[in-house]
Structures are given as structure tokens and as C-alpha cells.
Design a protein around this ligand. Structure first.
Ligand code: SF4
Length: 437
């Protein structure tokens, strides 16, 4: 009788890409994926540690999953990802029904660890590697559309931003061999995919032998002009002119850059160990505008970092005003154990101040997103069709090169088609338009 497994994934795109790798590893040894948690013999939760809130969500979910074991005692529960790495055997000590704890670099050992549970009670492997990139494993794609896919091109991070747990949970930075990445992108294109997103925690520091990130982007774009290429997440310190020149050279490299600023204050940036100044960041924004005038910009912002003054926070708002981001991910600072900030700084901004600052930046960004979208009204964009809109079957959804969601009335287009859409209306998060011939 075959055994079935179910994976639930939390956190960033890298985690979703990892779940696709885990699917592949398990399917290759004969296990069968199921979409129904109640029918699974193995339930895995692929976890995120980036904020306390993210961990609490997983722990609450874990309680529900553990209750399934009452009716089905043979059920195996495994914790994967960053929480597995951070908490290790504590996860088993505090949650008696957890059977497996597997860190992000140990997924190849999953089948062996599952087998070991026939002779032992629990299994843990959280060893981090300096070499593992899973480059020989063809992920089983789990995205809801067959148009766009993620390709993890590197793993880990060693920037040690003072607030961030990633260098401790995902280990040293290592890049995949370029030829394996290009092969994966080519296979996806041949299967009908029309967009790949190259993923890494610090994607533009990619380097393998003599190939840097700009070279890799060019090689991927050369596969076919019909293959759109995106990437996430860039670090401002590694945003070179060569990279921007390469983007400008290939129209199929999308005009959208996610460039996390985190704070608009040099004092805070230095405390965060972000390794750039505000002047450097602004210089990079000016360079983007020079090389790619139609490029949209998005960012990440943390408010309420240790010692952040009212002025520091206002400096963040000024920067947001100056850049006019199309979108942003905004968070309150959440202290993570073992990070530099947790060890050396006081988490001294009161919770209510953090909340007020966050509410204000969110509000500010809403207006900025709306303005950015309003500027698109009347313009025509090439849109890659993704499928039916969630709201109505007569409407389809796609994205333009600037990574904005575009909704339009369906005629005869199919997912994967490129069409032209004239924008007639917008909200802060969506463009609405009419297809033009
Ligand atoms: S660049 Fe900084 S914030 Fe991003 S993953 Fe690395 S350490 Fe974390």
C-alpha cells in the first residue's frame, strides 16, 4: 500500500521553492502527494522564523495538526525549514507528537529518516551545509498556474543584518552552477512556462566560477524572448551598473526591482548592519531610473527598530515619498533570538509606538501605490495572461512587466499568451483595462 504525504508551507518564496524540492524527493522514492491533510500518512509543515508572529502561527497550526494524531496514531508529523533549524530538538520536547525535525539543508535525507522511524521514535537532522544547493533535483511545481515558476539559484545568506535570523537558519551563502539553472529554465520554457523568477536571499550577489548575477540574467533571457525573467530579492549593496545595463539590453527581463531599504535613516541602517548608506541607496535608485525609466520599484520597511527616533522614522517616510514605491512589505521590528540585535541592543521602542508608526507607513504606502497605478491609466502594457480572475470567470488576470496585476475582460486568450491591455481604471493594488488588438 503506498503512503501519502501533505506539505503545508509558510514564509518566503524560498520556502515555497523548497517545498517543491521536498515533493520531488518524496515522489522519487514512491510516496504520493495528497491535497487532503486528513488522508495523509505524513504531514510536513515547512516553517518560517523571520518574525515571532510567523512562528506563533506555525505553533498554533501545529496544535491542530497534532490533534489529528488522536484519530490516526500512525500519522507522522515533520517540521521542516527555518523553525526546525532554529529550535531543533526543542520542537520535539515541547510537542510530543512531532516525529521529525529537518533543517533546510537536510531534505535529501528525508526518505532515510522516514524509514528510520520504523525502528526509532524520533529523527532530527539540522546540519547546515556549505555546499548543498539541490541543483540536481527537478522540483515538482506546485504553483496554481502553469505560467510562472520559481528557480532557486542560491541558498543561505551571510550578510548578517542585525535583526535577521536567516544566516543562522539557512547557513552560508552558496550559488548553484549556472548550467543547471539554465537547464531548469529551458525545461520550464519547453513545458509551456513563460515566466521564471530567480530566487535567493541576496540574489544579486550570485556568483559561480566566472558567472555573476548579470551574466546569469543574460543567459536566462537568451533562452527565448518569450520567457520573462524576474528576480528576488536584491540587496542594494550589490545592485551594480552592469546588472542594470544587462536588464536594459533584454526586454524580457522584467522592469521591476524589489530593493529593500528597511529604514530611511543612516543611523538605523548602520545599526542594522545593512552595509549601505542612504546616499548609496539613492544613487542606485537614480541609476535604475537612468537605465530603466519604466522600471517599477518595491521595497521592505521595518519600523520600530532599536533606538529608532521619531526623526529616524520620519526620514523613512521622506524616503518613501521621494522614491514613490509601487508597493512595499512593511513590518514592525520583531526581535529574533540569537541575532546581533537581540544580543547587543535593547528592543526599546514601545509596542504602541511601533504599531502607530506601522499603521502610518502602511497608510502612506497605500496612497503611493494608488498614485503609481493612477499614472498608468491611459497607458498600454504587454500583459502575460495567468488565468481566470478569482472574482469573476468572465475576467482574466495577468501581469505587466512592472509586476502589476492587470484584470481585463476575457475573450479568447489562454494562460501563457501575451496580449496588450489599455489601462482604464485602478485600485491601489490592481490595474483594470481593455484588451486591444
Ligand atoms: S540580506 Fe539581511 S535581511 Fe536579507 S536574508 Fe540576508 S541577513 Fe536577512
Amino acid at each position: 500500500m503506498y503512503k501519502t504525504f501533505f506539505i503545508e508551507t509558510y514564509g518566503c518564496q524560498m520556502n515555497f521553492a523548497d517545498s517543491e524540492i521536498v515533493h520531488s524527493i518524496l515522489v522519487n522514492v514512491g510516496y504520493v502527494p495528497t491535497m487532503e491533510i486528513r488522508k495523509a500518512d505524513f504531514v510536513f509543515i515547512n516553517t518560517c522564523s523571520i518574525r515571532d508572529h510567523a512562528e506563533q502561527r506555525v505553533l498554533n497550526r501545529l496544535q491542530e495538526v497534532q490533534s489529528l494524531k488522536k484519530k490516526r496514531p500512525h500519522l507522522i508529523i515533520g517540521i521542516l525549514g527555518c523553525m526546525a533549524e532554529r529550535l531543533q530538538k526543542q520542537l520535539i520536547e515541547k510537542n510530543k507528537n512531532v516525529d521529525l525535525v529537518v533543517g533546510p539543508d537536510a531534505y535529501r535525507r528525508l526518505p532515510e529518516m522516514l524509514n528510520s522511524l520504523s525502528t526509532q521514535d524520533k529523527a532530527i537532522d539540522t546540519l547546515l551545509s556549505t555546499e548543498e544547493t539541490y541543483s540536481d533535483i527537478e522540483p515538482i511545481r506546485l504553483s496554481s498556474n502553469r505560467v510562472s515558476a520559481f528557480i532557486a539559484i542560491m541558498r543561505g545568506c551571510e550578510n548578517y543584518c542585525a535583526y535577521c535570523v536567516v544566516p543562522y537558519t539557512r547557513g552560508r551563502e552558496r550559488s548553484r552552477e549556472a548550467r543547471t539553472i539554465i537547464h531548469e529554465a529551458q525545461v520550464l520554457f519547453d513545458q509551456g512556462y513563460r515566466e521564471v523568477t530567480l530566487l535567493g536571499q541576496n540574489v544579486n550577489s550570485y556568483r559561480c566560477d566566472t558567472v555573476d548575477f548579470a551574466d546569469l540574467l543574460a543567459l536566462t533571457a537568451q533562452i527565448n524572448p518569450l520567457l520573462r525573467v524576474r528576480f528576488a530579492t536584491s540587496h542594494p549593496k550589490d545592485l551594480s551598473d552592469k546588472l542594470l545595463e544587462t536588464m536594459a539590453q533584454y526586454p524580457n527581463i522584467c522592469r521591476s526591482i524589489h530593493l529593500p531599504i528597511q529604514s530611511g535613516s543612516d543611523t538605523i541602517l548602520q545599526k542594522m548592519n545593512r552595509k549601505y548608506t542612504l546616499a548609496w541607496y539613492k544613487d542606485r535608485i537614480a541609476a535604475i531610473r537612468r537605465y530603466l525609466p519604466d522600471c517599477s520599484l518595491s521595497t521592505d520597511i521595518i519600523v520600530g527598530f532599536c533606538d529608532e527616533t521619531e526623526q529616524d522614522y520620519k526620514d523613512t517616510l521622506s524616503l518613501m515619498q521621494e522614491v514613490g514605491y509601487a508597493s512595499a512589505f512593511m513590518f514592525k521590528y520583531s526581535e529574533r533570538p540569537d541575532t546581533y540585535a537581540a544580543k547587543h541592543y535593547a528592543d526599546n521602542i514601545p509596542e504602541d509606538v511601533k504599531s502607530q508608526r506601522l499603521a502610518h507607513v502602511i497608510d502612506f504606502q497605500q496612497q503611493s501605490s494608488l498614485l503609481s497605478n493612477q499614472r498608468d491609466i491611459g497607458q498600454t502594457f504587454e500583459v502575460l495572461v495567468e488565468g481566470v480572475s478569482k472574482r469573476s470567470t468572465t475576467q482574466y488576470i495577468g501581469r505587466n512587466s512592472q509586476n502589476k496585476v492587470v484584470i481585463f475582460s476575457h475573450t479568447d486568450e489562454k494562460p501563457g499568451d501575451y496580449i496588450y491591455v489599455r489601462i482604464t481604471d485602478c485600485s491601489a493594488v490592481t490595474l483594470f483595462g481593455q484588451r486591444i488588438e
